[in-house]
Design a protein around this ligand. Structure first.
Ligand code: GLN
Ligand code: ZN
Length: 762
């Protein structure tokens, strides 16, 4: 019989119960025991739901207290030295310390989980001796069985993926590290086998990237070892997010099943199977329901794919499953009460995807006619959206067609603009600035709620926002910052804010997904053609500027970030969506400039999020992403200073593209990766204005002046002081007021020290 399977389910809960529990614990509102209880309840609910829907292979150990890579590292006792870990099972205080930092020790680096918007904590191997501190997959399996009678499928991150995502070792040590990790995996797997576990899912998404011969040898060794150590266990070697590289090596591994992504890696995986076949002794985990997208699947198209696959694998060796963990989509469409019917009808979140998996499994098992009614409904829902007015805006389509064939270019090169801008702005050397947002206090959130509920009218709310702006303009002046910001108090989220004001977007009420730790985002849905309606940021920026003599930067989110942090339609290309956004945002840039705002920051923290995993596709993406940024910013005067900001990930291999964006100033996050980016400027020269973040904003810890002076010193060794800016790593909205003020004061002190040390005139 064909089986249905899910690779992982969202952790956060339909109402973000998970996030709330974590944060209550961190702020001391609940005890550790209460946290355990609450999380257990959430975890069991999620399992029960999948059980009720009738999923055959339900993932267990997909749940986490923060992040599954951190879970894996701590399960192996891999804890950075600075956390004074003394062995044994890693206490929650250390676990959360690694994730979030403590007063004494900085947090571990956080980075993107492949090309998703999920961020994991990077394990620091640095000479650690791994030991198995607990068998988490086993505990999860037992719990599901005892509490709910579920025969779960434990999930674990595979050794090669774990290693490749870690830092603190040389590539030449790969084999040695695999040897250190294997005994731990073996123990886990043997204990699972002893317990009577049927299927284990070992995630090796790294197999969709290019691997060296050493990596492949390590992979083979690992899976040979597993097969020998636990022969009774059915291992599903799971890949996702793209088609696999090295197909022939992979299918020869001694595992029972291979899981492939037939959504994001559809073309590649299908053509390889057609060329090389699929081994007759293995089960195929056919990932055909998109674990990352929110659209209802066209069941008809999915059946065609399954039909194709049936030519290579008999149905008793087929598992119908999600393309990846459902971690990346919200929980359910069911509770959404405010969406247009034509849109709601075409959506499928995690729970609805469970239904789709069940339907397809049924169709394959008992014939397509058994789901005839559902097929019909599905076709109709998709057709209705296609015909909607929102998807057929000729005005937008025509205008974008015209501007996308022009080359988007500022009228003068940077060197000339720089002179004109210096003359106009008269900034001191090493100018200081911040990234945009200031702490969103409880008061700010409360005010927004009152206004949203209609208890406050527009005037009251705007009055409140202006008061916040006043407070922070004064504070910034008093601290001694050179280029000010208004603080973004009117925004909850940097994408949502713009989406609400542009056309073509829709907003869910509960469509949250985990971004990192307890931080969840509610991505807007770009379901129609994007259009500018009226100015979005002019009022607050203009007000802030009227309160100070210092320049105030206007603050926008860039087209690529809006796109990459939204769920987007899949009927036109991402490139086209980016150009539609760029055209709309250009009108905002022009409105700001027209209102007398002469510095405009267009944030693009998420450019890298959209980078294709396959190297051969990256250049094309970067080219149109850069073009969209330039399209947004190129029409301003020479003296108008365009800023941009990037964060969250590695940039060292895309400096050329960053330079090609031609922003007058860029601020980049650096401190969490401990200055690795600085190193890349030793090899690449950067000729535009640049600020490398001098302190980590993800931690409540106030950095000392000396820490920041040393960051500045290091940067100035490779970057031109005349082009260098001083700023924190990112926006400050998640921080408290006092720590923010203290940190910024220290930042200004560090700047003054650097200025005088270098004999740089102010
Ligand atoms: N301007 C935004 C802020 O300060 C940038 C946020 C970001 O980079 N993620 O909040
Ligand atoms: Zn940032």
């Amino acid at each position: 019989m064909v089986k249905s399977s899910v690779l992982g389910y969202p952790r956060i809960g339909a109402e973000r119960e998970w996030k709330k529990a974590l944060e209550a614990f961190w702020s001391g509102k609940i005890e550790e025991s209460v946290l355990h209880e609450k999380l257990k309840e959430i975890r069991l609910n999620h399992l029960r739901k999948q059980q009720e829907k009738g999923i055959d292979l339900i993932a267990v150990n997909d749940f986490s207290y923060y992040d599954h890579i951190l879970d894996t590292a701590t399960m192996f006792g891999i804890v950075p030295k600075r956390f004074a870990y003394e062995g044994g099972s890693v206490p929650l205080s250390i676990y959360y310390g690694i994730a979030r930092g403590t007063k004494e020790a900085t947090a571990s680096e956080m980075t993107k989980w492949f090309n998703t918007n999920y961020h994991y904590i990077v394990p620091e191997l640095d000479g650690a001796t791994p030991v198995l501190t607990e068998n988490r997959p086993l505990a999860a399996y037992r719990e599901a069985k005892e509490e709910l009678g579920i025969e779960g499928k434990p999930v674990l991150v595979g050794p090669l993926t774990f290693l490749k995502l870690s830092k603190g070792y040389e590539p030449s040590e790969t084999a040695a590290w695999i040897d250190r990790l294997l005994p731990l995996y073996v123990q886990i797997l043997q204990e699972l086998a002893q317990e009577g576990v049927q299927w284990v899912q070992i995630d090796e998404p790294i197999l969709v990237t290019k691997l060296s011969d050493e990596d492949l040898a390590a992979l083979k060794k690992a899976y040979d070892t597993f097969a020998a150590a636990a022969p009774s266990l059915n291992i599903m070697l799971q890949t996702y997010f793209e088609s696999v590289e090295n197909y022939s090596e992979i299918i020869n591994l001694p595992v029972k099943g291979i899981g492939l992504d037939f959504v994001h890696g559809l073309t590649g995986n299908i053509s390889t199977i057609q060329a090389q076949g699929f081994p007759s002794d293995k089960v195929l985990g056919a990932g055909i329901i998109d674990g990352r997208g929110i659209w209802k699947a066209s069941l008809r198209e999915k059946l065609t794919v399954l039909e194709q696959l049936s030519g290579f694998v008999t149905s008793d060796r087929l598992i119908v499953q999600s393309s990846c963990s459902l971690l990346h989509v919200p929980v359910t469409v069911r509770n959404e009460a405010k969406l247009l019917p034509e849109l709601k009808g075409a959506l499928a979140f995690a729970d609805e995807k469970l239904d789709e998996i069940i339907l397809l499994t049924k169709a394959v098992s008992t014939g397509v006619s058994s789901i005839a009614a559902e097929l019909e409904q599905c076709d109709q829902a998709l057709e209705t959206l296609k015909q909607s007015g929102a998807r057929n805006r000729n005005d937008v389509q025509e205008a974008v067609a015209v501007i996308s064939i022009q080359e988007p270019k500022r009228s003068k090169p940077f060197a000339e603009r720089h002179i004109a801008q210096q003359k106009k702005w008269q900034l001191p050397i090493l100018p200081t600035t911040t990234i945009g947002s200031f702490p969103q206090s409880a008061e700010v959130r409360k005010a927004r709620q009152l206004w949203r509920k209609g208890e406050w009218n527009q005037e009251q709310y705007e009055g409140f926002i202006n008061e916040q702006i006043d407070i922070w303009i004064k504070l910034q002046e008093e601290i001694g910052i050179d280029v000010l910001v208004h603080g973004e108090f009117e925004r909850t989220d940097m994408v949502e804010f713009f989406g609400e004001k542009l056309e073509g977007f829709a907003f869910t009420q509960f469509g949250w997904v985990q971004s990192y730790g307890s931080r969840c985002v509610k991505p807007p849905i770009i379901f129609g053609d994007v259009a500018f309606d009226e100015a979005m940021t002019v009022k607050e920026t203009k007000y802030a500027q009227s309160q100070t003599k210092h320049p105030v930067k206007g603050m926008l989110t860039g087209p690529i970030t809006i796109m990459n942090w939204s769920f987007v339609r899949d009927d036109i290309s991402r490139e086209q969506i980016a150009y539609q956004l760029a055209y709309a945002l250009r009108q905002e840039v022009e409105a700001l400039e027209g209102a007398g705002i002469g510095m405009i920051q267009v944030d693009e923290p998420a450019v890298r999020e959209g980078l294709p995993l396959k190297e051969e596709e990256q250049a094309e993406y970067l080219a149109w992403a850069v073009k969209a940024f330039r399209m947004t910013t190129c029409t301003v005067q020479d003296t108008t200073q365009i800023h941009t900001h990037m964060c969250y990930c590695e940039f060292h291999d895309m400096i050329d593209s960053i330079e090609a964006m031609d922003a007058d100033v860029i601020s980049i996050e650096t401190s969490r990766s401990h200055g690795e980016l600085i190193h890349s400027f030793e090899v690449n020269t950067y000729k535009l204005g640049i600020g490398l973040g001098v302190y980590d904003i993800h931690s409540p810890r106030v950095p000392r002046v000396e820490e920041m002076t040393s960051m500045i010193e290091r940067a100035l060794r490779v970057l031109d002081p005349k082009l260098f800016w001083i700023n924190p790593d990112c926006g400050l909205k998640t921080r408290g007021l006092e720590e923010t003020v203290d940190a910024l004061r220290n930042m200004v002190k560090a700047t003054e020290i650097a200025r005088s040390k270098h004999g740089l005139k102010v």
